[in-house]
Each structure stands twice: as structure tokens, then as C-alpha cells.
Design a protein around this ligand. Structure first.
Ligand code: FCB
Length: 488
């Protein structure tokens, strides 16, 4: 089956995007750079975690990854060939401030060269400060459950801004704090692998605080396009007439979406989430005691752009179910706990939609509803899809090419959902495909390929897939052609 079969809103005709729409591609430091011990870089939580036996599928690590640290100039040239008008990358904190100590000029110099290289190819740099590689020494002191980490993040953010603020237009603080907090500290599926219930709530608060404080600090230093990327979901009750399912969907909306959106845009945690988690304690006290006066004002510091990462929504049930997908079903490497403290009973039944190689449902209409909902419920900010894409079991064929019609169909369907939202007045200004190249897919290691560019890990040879050529055409013309036939 291909993505097309799940597309309920597909308009058959070609569609044209606004002329200044941003056509981007995204990566993250630990997933592509390798060179983990070079030029002064010290370990992050992902170095430690990926070396724990059984933490990552096939015991893969990011030690070498795509060797992007050494291949950066040719990778940027390839980005340019493929028509990217913007490139979303992240900076590795332990390169810039190894062991969270003083600034490391050699580490910072890599990003300095990257930014210059991008600019020389006419590609706008889009910088993420934190895509999950926390210095291990900070984790040893409690990681994101320690309030001090938020202050250390501000120091680090300032170091990067002092070096690159003159050339990087867009600064985002965090990538997907839901994952950092709840997969890292409650479920244990991601680094640092802690399974400590309310620790996810505490980590979530400190991540938001880090975002708010860094936003204020960088704004005071002249940054004028600030934001963050949230991974948001669209939770639908299995049976909209079943109160337990409706309640379960509300809970997931609360912990996945509103736990982040409400403090940022309204300066408060949602009352129902506080009720659902009221019994959860951290160090023998209600978890909410970690929130201090003034924190929510800092978190609500105005931002200029909202990054949305969307892969799929969820059907949600309040009953035990075994026919599940996604959360709970996609953790082959490690026994994981529910990432939803206080709502551990919630299950995620399959809807029978086509799946990507991640086991994630292909659900473009969810993206359309998500964009409408953001428009209806939150202040109107320019929105950028800072991630979407799909893993499929791509193979290098005998002809030396990679044919990936499923990925083209997926992107076509998701982009049509974006276009529908734009037509209806939602201010979506750009799209960053995840990912420029195949890379280290966290707990799934190298087993899952999300790239527009195929990477042969034995030789590091890059081969643009058919989707890369298709995307290049899109970036050049701004027009999505008529949907491809299912067998392309
Ligand atoms: C997101 C991450 C990104 C990548 C994609 C598939 O959650 O931000 O690094 O792994 O999923």
C-alpha cells in the first residue's frame, strides 16, 4: 500500500505554493555528525545511552554516523543541488561547551564554517540549539530534572549566538521537548533512559524554562526570529461516544500538546493536566513544587515563529487494547514504560491505516486538522513545518538508484494537507523535510531510513533517491505536480 490510499482530502490537480514558501531539509547533530571525540567534543547523554547494551536496535551508536563533520562542504553542495532554500541543523552542546565548561573554539568553528558554506550556496541557515545531546556531565548532576540545567542552557545559547548571531536569521531553542522530557525521563526509550514517572513532568518544566530564559536573553541581544519546534499530535477517541475513550484523548492532548503550548502561549499549565498529575510526586513533594514564581512569565516570552513537527496522530482509548500502534508498539529495543505520567492506562489502537517502516500511521488529514486547530486555539504566528517525512525500506538497486515512490506519495499527501490549510488562512510559511539524508534514528539506530539521500554506511556514499529529485523540482517550481500514480 502507498500513502495515497490514506489520503482523504487529496485534490487531484497540481497545487502552487506561495512564491516565498521555504523549501527546507532538516538534520540533527548527533544523528549525522559522527566525530564524537574530535576537536574537544566530550560525551553527551546519547553517547552514553547508545553504548548501553540493548538501548539501541543492533547496538548502533552515533560514533561515526554519516561522517558529516568531515563531509560537510560536499553535503552542503548536495543540499544546494537538491534545491533546498533553507537548512535546519542543530548545534551539539558538547562540541561548543565540552562538559558544559568554557567555550571550545574548535567545536564552534565547525558551525561557523557550516553557516558560511550554507550562505555561500544561498541556503538560509535555520539553527536549533538543542536536539537532544545534553552534555553527560549535566545529566550526572540530574540532567533536566535539575533546574540549574536551564541556566546552563542559557550560557550555551549565548555562546552560540555570539559566534553566529550575525549570520543566522532563525534561532530555535528546543526540538521536541516532549521527547526529551517524557521519552527520556518517564518512558526511558530515549537518553538518558530514566524511567521515573514524574521526572518527565519536572524535566518538561525545566526544558520550557530553558526555552523561555534563552528566548529572553537572545532577544535582548538582538535576535528577532526566535521560536522552538514542538511535536504535536492529533488524538481521536476510539469511540467518540465512550466517555473513557474521550477522557483518554483529552489526557493525551493535555500531556502531548497543551503541556507545552499553554505555558508558551498562555503563561499557564492546563488545569486538567495539573489535575491528572496531581498525585505525582518528585523527591517526595508534588511535582508542581518545582515551578517557581516568575517561571511561567519567562516561559511565555514572546516568540516569532512556531515550528511544528508532525508525523501522525493517534487513535486513543481508555481501555486495555492489544491491537496497538505507535506509542507502546514501536519500542523494540528496550522495555519502555508509558511516557504519560498519570495516564499510563491509555492505549493507542490501530486504525488500520497504511504504515511507514516505523510502524507510524500515514495520516495527512491529521496534519490539516492540527494546523487548523493551532490557528483556532492559539495566537497567530508564522508556522513552519520543521519536520515531516517517512522511513521506508529503501534499497540501492542494481542500476545504482533508489526508487522510493512511497516517500514521494507520503510527501505529496502531507504537502497537500499543508496547502489546504494555507488556502483556509493558516499562516504556514515553510516545510522542512525530515531528513536530508539517512541517519542515526535514535533508538532504532541505522535500521530506519528517512533520507531524501541514501547513505551507504560502509562507504559513506550519498545517492539522492527519486524523492530527492522530485523534491528538487518542487523547490524549483513551488508547484506540486498532479499526484504520482501508486506504482510510480
Ligand atoms: C523526530 C526527531 C528527529 C527524527 C524524526 C524521525 O521525533 O526530532 O530527530 O528522529 O523524529
Amino acid at each position: 500500500m502507498t500513502a495515497q490510499t490514506s489520503t482523504t482530502r487529496t485534490s487531484p490537480a497540481p497545487v502552487r505554493f506561495p512564491h516565498d514558501f521555504v523549501w527546507g531539509m532538516a538534520t540533527a547533530s548527533y544523528q549525522i555528525e559522527g566525530a564524537v571525540a574530535e576537536d574537544g567534543r566530550t560525551p553527551s547523554i546519547w553517547d552514553t545511552f547508545s553504548h548501553l547494551p540493548g538501548a539501541v536496535l543492533n547496538d548502533d551508536t552515533g560514533d561515526v554516523a554519516c561522517e558529516h563533520y568531515h563531509r560537510m562542504p560536499s553535503d552542503v553542495a548536495l543540499l544546494a543541488d537538491l534545491g533546498a532554500t533553507s537548512y535546519r541543523f542543530s548545534v551539539a552542546w558538547p562540541r561548543v561547551r565540552p562538559d558544559a565548561g568554557p567555550v571550545n573554539a574548535a567545536g564552534l568553528a565547525f558551525y561557523d564554517r557550516l553557516v558560511d558554506q550554507l550562505l555561500s550556496h544561498g541556503i538560509a541557515p535555520w539553527l536549533t540549539l538543542y536536539h537532544w545531546d545534553l552534555p553527560q556531565v549535566l545529566e550526572d548532576a540530574g540532567g533536566w530534572t535539575n533546574r540549574d540545567t536551564a541556566h546552563r542552557f542559557v550560557e550555551y545559547a549565548v555562546s552560540v549566538h555570539e559566534a553566529l548571531g550575525d549570520r543566522v536569521p532563525t534561532w530555535t531553542t528546543l526540538n521536541e521537548p516532549w521527547c526529551s522530557a517524557f521519552l527520556g525521563y518517564t518512558a526511558g526509550h530515549h537518553a538518558p533512559g530514566r524511567q521515573e514517572g514524574a521526572a518527565g513532568l519536572v524535566a518538561g518544566h525545566h526544558l520550557l524554562l530553558a526555552h523561555g530564559l534563552a528566548t529572553q536573553e537572545l532577544r535582548s541581544r538582538g535576535a528577532d526570529r526566535l521560536g522552538l519546534s514542538l511535536n504535536l499530535t492529533v488524538p481521536d477517541p476510539s469511540d467518540p461516544d465512550d466517555p473513557a475513550d474521550v477522557d483518554a484523548a483529552r489526557r493525551i492532548d493535555g500531556l502531548h500538546n497543551r503541556f507545552f503550548l499553554d505555558p508558551i502561549f498562555r503563561g499557564s499549565y492546563p488545569a486538567d493536566v495539573l489535575e491528572d498529575t496531581a498525585g505525582r510526586t518528585w523527591q517526595d513533594r508534588p511535582w508542581l513544587d518545582v515551578v517557581r514564581d516568575g517561571d511561567l512569565d519567562a516561559i511565555a516570552a514572546p516568540i516569532d515563529v512556531l515550528g511544528v513537527n508532525y508525523y501522525h496522530g493517534n487513535e486513543v482509548s481508555g481501555h486495555p487494547r492489544t491491537d496497538v500502534v505507535g506509542v507502546g508498539a514501536d519500542h523494540p529495543a528496550r522495555v519502555a514504560h508509558s511516557p504519560f505520567p498519570g495516564s499510563e492506562h491509555v492505549t493507542f489502537p490501530s486504525r488500520g491505516l497504511p504504515l511507514t517502516a516505523m510502524g507510524w500511521e500515514i495520516q495527512p488529514e491529521g496534519l490539516h486538522r492540527l494546523l487548523r486547530r493551532l490557528h483556532d486555539d492559539y495566537p497567530h504566528l508564522p508556522i513552519y513545518l520543521t519536520e515531516t517525512g517517512a522511513a521506508f525500506d529503501d534499497r540501492l538497486d542494481d542500476d545504482g538508484r533508489v526508487h522510493d515512490p512511497d516517500r514521494i506519495a507520503f510527501l505529496d499527501a502531507y504537502l497537500r494537507a499543508v496547502h489546504d490549510a494555507i488556502e483556509e488562512g493558516v499562516d504556514v510559511r515553510g516545510f522542512f523535510q525530515w531528513s536530508f539524508c539517512d541517519n542515526f534514528e535514535w533508538a532504532f539506530g541505522y535500521a530506519k531510513r528517512f533520507g531524501l539521500v541514501h547513505v551507504d554506511y560502509a562507504t559513506q556514499r550519498r545517492t539522492p533517491k527519486s524523492s530527492a529529485h522530485w523534491y528538487a523540482g518542487l523547490a524549483r517550481t513551488g508547484t506540486l505536480p498532479a499526484p504520482p500514480a501508486a506504482d510510480d
